[in-house]
Design a binder for this molecule. Structure first.
Ligand code: FUB
Ligand code: ZN
Length: 620
């Protein structure tokens, strides 16, 4: 069993665009090396050396999940290697993998804080002296989930089994420990499930898949254990859950694992829960930026329509989890509504998590800042690192994976899900072709596609028509367009205009075996004024500006003190203009009274230090 739609892996997609490629290059040259440097400086790598007995010392960092940052960086570095080999990075990874292997106990156990000092316990984080007795907060299973994901990436990138063998040995220990006739427990932070499924995909060994299923199915079963409640999505069996609750990253990883289980086991009984939770999020709990997990209280989902702007949490990791989940929902269903959410999150609330320079980060991603309140763990702007460094390390592994979100394949159908200049090789049992995309998306809406079939097959090209291009910014009514644009998407096939019939967000174009085909897509790029559902009280009487997939915001650096007094009338006509401050960026300008107001894409904000900012402002 597998997902009916397969993503085309990054290794087959060569990005050549001016938007993602420079950012992926910065991730390669800055974010990944910087992350490893911070892991060295903060003792995260030393923890493995100390656990191995290769260095004197005590566990030197703050949280029990600090090992996971090293694993996430290895995952990111592996994708970097896969895209372009770098012998020095390969050797560096070998050295880190050596320390990880040296730290691993003989039976496969791996958790530096406990190996270094099993007497450390005492508070909530560290838990009890014995292994596996502090699963609620100790992150023993969370950490190794990231180890498994890193091992899979490292194996695919290098062909080496060094990290994979460490991961498998650990996973076998976990499988000997947990299960129906063994320890009945669940991880306090979901993540191991996704990792185990990756190990299953590599090895074909069913017990990894079964263990992932056990951990997911065990949640909320009160007959067997004391439940941990909503924060951990452990309040009722997962199939009965209908609302998004609790810690948003935990939830996003759980929902991703449920989608994986449906795909790989054929157990579709997870789907009613997934469908209903997804609607709950998208219709009532998601920011216009795609950010989720609005509440600072527990980094968690709030009540429906509880979407504060200044206090928004919208953690970068939760945006990443939202993308993971929505891609899986698309791969299961072929429905473009999932890509509408994915694209919104990707270009806005996820990309905002990393600075243009690649070495400054947001943990929360608010939609308003007064320029002073220290919303970002001690500062009112981006920070270079956090004691809890989950977001920077997550960004480092996410960015190089972006090319894998562009295409999907199902038998003779090629889905084009995201638009960016690239060349991709598609080789499956049914298809053998090269596709070229040329576009300046997200700044312009024209996309040129050239397809060259090496083996002439019937081919169906599924072109995604983003919801925003037909005045539907999100599935549902949480956000609507105040000034619906008249222009509709247009498509030309070999110069002939066709009438696009949009089905589940796609136009399906049958291409009957011609060697070469040219397709042109025109998406209307008018500026849209977006209004929130009336139940989002904070946004009453306000609008946000969007152009293409990008949500815009106003910064003090461009507009001075008037940020809190901005207003746009129905007659004001904002225009997209080349920015003078950010190269290659289209900003939005309009005149209010005698003032010229400027908006920049939300993801770019706070690249100029502490600064007032707002997404929503008075208007119609
Ligand atoms: O608990 C591990 C990670 O730290 C979570 O995913 C983040 O939300 C942060 O709390
Ligand atoms: Zn995070």
């Amino acid at each position: 069993m597998n997902y009916p739609i397969q993503p085309v892996p990054s290794s087959q997609v060569a990005l050549k665009d001016n938007f993602w490629k420079p950012r992926i290059d910065i991730n390669r040259h800055v974010t990944v090396p910087f992350g490893f440097k911070m892991c060295e400086e903060t003792g995260r790598i030393d923890n493995f050396k100390i656990a191995a007995g290769l260095k004197e010392g005590s566990f030197s960092s703050v949280f029990p999940f600090d090992d996971s940052d090293v694993y996430k960086l290895i995952e990111g570095a592996s994708y970097v290697l896969e895209q372009e080999y770098d012998p020095s990075l390969d050797m560096f990874l070998d050295s880190v993998v050596f320390y990880i292997g040296a730290a691993q106990e003989d039976d496969g156990y791996l958790q530096t804080w406990r190996i270094i000092d099993p007497g450390k316990p005492g508070d909530d984080w560290w838990g009890e002296r014995e292994r596996w007795t502090s699963l609620m907060h100790g992150h023993e299973l969370y950490n190794v989930g990231h180890l498994y994901e890193a091992a899979a990436a490292h194996y695919y990138a290098t062909g080496k089994k060094s990290l994979l063998d460490i991961a498998l040995k650990n996973a076998d220990l976990v499988a000997q420990t947990f299960g129906p006739d063994k320890s009945i427990a669940v991880p306090g932070h979901e993540e191991i499930e996704i990792g185990l499924i990756k190990l299953y995909r590599i090895t074909g060994k069913e017990h990894y898949l079964e263990l992932a299923k056990f951990f997911v199915d065990q949640r909320g079963l009160k007959e067997n254990r004391e439940l941990w409640g909503e924060y951990h999505q452990d309040h009722m069996p997962v199939r009965d859950q209908r609302k998004a609750v609790g810690h948003a990253v935990r939830a996003g990883y759980l929902y991703s694992a449920m989608a994986d289980l449906a795909a790989y086991t054929g157990d579709f009984s997870y789907l009613p829960a997934l469908d209903s939770i997804w609607s709950d999020v998208v219709h009532t709990k998601m920011y216009i930026t795609g950010g989720i997990g609005a509440s600072r209280n527990g980094e968690a989902f709030g009540a429906p329509y509880e979407l504060p702007n200044a206090e928004a949490y919208a953690e970068t990791c939760a945006a990443i989890a939202n993308v993971f989940w929505n891609q899986r929902m698309f791969l299961l269903s072929g429905d473009g509504k999932y890509y509408d959410v994915l694209e919104r999150t990707l270009y806005n609330g996820l990309l905002s998590g990393v600075s243009q320079s690649g070495d400054r980060f947001f943990y929360p991603n608010p939609l308003y800042s007064d320029g002073h309140t220290a919303f970002n763990y001690g500062r009112a702007t981006r920070q270079e690192w956090f004691p809890c460094a989950c977001c920077p390390s997550n960004i480092s592994r996410f960015m190089p994976a972006v090319p894998a979100y562009i295409y999907g394949v199902k038998k003779d159908t090629l889905y084009v899900n995201l638009y960016a200049t690239n060349t991709a090789e598609i080789r499956t049992d049914d298809l053998d072709l090269e596709i070229q995309q040329v576009t300046d998306y997200p700044w312009g809406g024209k996309v040129f596609l050239h397809i060259e079939q090496r083996k002439r097959n019937d081919l169906v090209l599924a072109l995604r028509i983003p919801g925003w291009a037909v005045n539907r910014p999100v599935p549902g009514d949480l956000y609507v367009v105040n000034n619906p644009v008249g222009n509709q998407p247009e498509i030309l096939v070999n110069g002939q205009k066709i009438s696009p019939d949009v089905n589940q967000g796609y136009v399906f174009i049958g291409l009957n075996g011609k060697k070469e085909e040219n397709i042109e897509l025109f998406l209307p790029m008018e500026i849209q004024k977006i209004r929130a559902h009336p139940e989002v009280k904070e946004n009453a009487g306000q609008i946000a500006l969007q152009r293409g997939p990008l949500v815009y915001c106003f910064e003090e650096a461009d507009n001075g003190e008037i940020i809190d007094r901005l207003k746009i009338t129905a007659e004001d006509t904002p225009e997209a203009v080349e920015s003078e401050n950010f190269e290659g960026i289209q900003e939005i300008r309009f005149t209010s009274g005698d003032l010229e107001i400027r908006a920049i894409p939300y993801y770019l904000w706070s690249n100029r230090g502490e600064n007032k900012m707002t997404v929503w402002f008075a208007g119609e």
